[in-house]
Design a protein around this ligand. Structure first.
Ligand code: HEC
Ligand code: HEC
Ligand code: HEC
Ligand code: HEC
Length: 365
């Protein structure tokens, strides 16, 4: 997962290069690129591309020099993985092309410039092994997206496989030895499980603690915002269902139409104007359970059929949204519209697709 603390931790541990993993695009590609830029780490990928431009999202490879030896490092992501994205993010913003093609293109190009070609393969174990045997010229492969670490480095054909497991549960102390003149001799190494017996690095432990506190505070803020939103919806719903204007409504034809011909003409084109006809067509025009929403000012209509809705209040008229006409003032205080105006009728049962901004544009005159 890409966040500042993880990347800072990697940089502080002496990590030079990383590649894109399954959850790194959780907040979308731009967020990922910003975090990488801030971290000072280098990220490479030979097969993750910008969804829109089709260009590689990162450099395909980098060359680094350690102890006189040159390493060329590239990375690939398994295109079959379903990249995880937060529900608030529209899209991860990338496409993932065939890693075999990508490596066939870049590995020979890298080989010409370095002593060792290293592939960071976020592809799981089986697929990484396939890549190692299928593509010539990979000296070292780091296997990502596989839960278990290997106890030692191992070989697949001529490729040396290093498999560090995941979530930092083990540290793979895998070493390459070279002669004084820089000629490669051999490899050795073992995995060190990072359990309680391994003492924590003080600076790292502090950073981790700060990060956990930050996550906790962010989760609390999120929960509070959600609770507040729910509360407002509930309040609005209660306010709407307690609408007092019942029999006091004047009716559009007796009043509003006279002075607001334009709004009237527009309203005539909306489904509200024919809401009573809808009931007639369904043979439900005397059903009090339907009338309270398909007529005007009848939200409190008793369900026993003891009250008849007057003919002049049929359909969802002006006063359903603007309030009773007897309260009409001309100081812009009359008839303010909010989500509360609608959701008494547009409830989840009768209007499951209701979305305030989308619906609002259809009724605004
Ligand atoms: C006698 C004329 C008249 C009648 C009848 C009338 N209005 Fe108005 N209404 C006005 C005037 C004038 C304004 C101020 C318009 C402006 O200058 O923007 C207004 C403003 C409004 C506004 C804008 C909010 C405000 O206060 O400025 C709404 C909403 C409104 N009327 C709805 C209605 C509805 C609903 C009815 C029927 C119940 C109705 N009107 C009946 C004359 C009338
Ligand atoms: C008194 C109840 C009531 C209120 C208040 C109400 N509506 Fe409606 N609305 C209805 C009914 C009933 C229908 C369906 C009418 C029909 O087709 O017979 C409807 C239909 C609609 C439609 C058409 C949906 C479609 O796709 O056909 C839109 C858009 C809409 N309402 C928006 C709103 C908005 C926005 C508000 C608040 C500003 C609102 N309504 C307030 C009862 C109401
Ligand atoms: C709580 C308010 C409410 C009640 C009660 C209610 N309706 Fe509706 N009805 C609506 C709203 C709001 C819509 C519009 C939904 C949308 O388009 O999003 C609607 C839409 C409809 C539609 C679809 C209109 C179309 O053209 O697609 C029919 C039919 C309908 N209602 C019939 C009924 C019947 C019959 C009853 C009584 C058994 C009833 N309604 C009770 C609010 C209500
Ligand atoms: C479904 C809800 C709804 C119904 C029904 C409705 N209006 Fe409106 N009306 C609105 C909305 C939304 C606005 C925009 C006001 C705002 O910004 O809050 C508005 C604005 C107005 C205004 C202010 C001037 C303007 O055009 O912006 C007038 C006047 C008005 N309506 C009159 C009427 C009349 C007359 C009727 C009946 C023929 C009617 N409305 C029916 C929702 C409704």
């Amino acid at each position: 997962m890409v966040d500042n603390a993880t990347l800072r931790g990697m940089a502080q541990s002496g990590c030079d290069v990383t590649t894109i993993g399954l959850v790194d695009l959780y907040m979308g590609a731009p967020y990922f690129l910003d975090r990488i830029a801030e971290s000072g780490l280098t990220a490479v990928s030979a097969n993750v591309r910008d969804e829109i431009t089709g260009d590689l999202l990162l450099k395909p490879y980098v060359i680094i020099k350690r102890g006189g030896v040159k390493f060329g490092i590239t990375g690939v992501l398994n295109p079959d993985l379903k990249i995880k994205v937060d529900k608030e993010v529209e899209s991860h913003g990338v496409t993932v092309s065939d890693p075999v093609e990508a490596l066939r293109e870049y590995v020979p190009e890298i080989r010409k410039q370095v002593d060792f070609v290293v592939v960071l393969s976020h592809s799981g174990l089986t697929r990484s092994k396939d890549l190692a045997s299928e593509i010539e010229g990979i000296d070292i492969m780091v296997v990502g997206n596989h839960n278990a670490h290997s106890a030692q480095p191992y070989e697949v054909g001529t490729t040396l496989m290093m498999q560090p497991g995941y979530r930092g549960q083990a540290m793979c102390d895998f070493r390459l030895s070279f002669d004084a003149d820089g000629t490669y001799k051999s490899y050795s190494g073992k995995a060190v499980v990072l359990d309680n017996k391994v003492p924590a690095d003080a600076a790292m432990a502090l950073m981790l603690k700060e990060h956990k506190l930050m996550i906790e505070a962010a989760s609390k803020r999120r929960a509070a915002a959600q609770a507040e939103e729910k509360r407002l919806m509930r309040e609005a719903r209660n306010a709407a269902s307690a609408e007092p204007y019942k029999e006091d409504c004047i009716g559009v034809n007796e009043s509003c139409k006279r002075c607001h011909q334009d709004q009237y003409d527009q309203w005539q084109t909306t489904a509200h104007a024919s809401a009573f006809e809808t009931l007639e067509k369904s043979l439900q025009s005397t059903n009090p359970e339907c009338l309270n929403c398909h007529t005007t000012g009848q939200r409190e209509l008793p369900g026993d059929g003891s009250v008849e809705v007057p003919a002049n209040l049929r359909g969802v008229q002006c006063e359903s949204c603007h309030g009773i006409g007897t309260e009409h003032a001309r100081d812009r205080s009359y008839g303010d519209i909010s989500v509360a105006t609608c959701i008494g009728c547009h409830d989840s049962e009768n209007s499951p697709d209701f979305n305030f901004p989308q619906y609002l544009v259809k009724v605004t005159h």
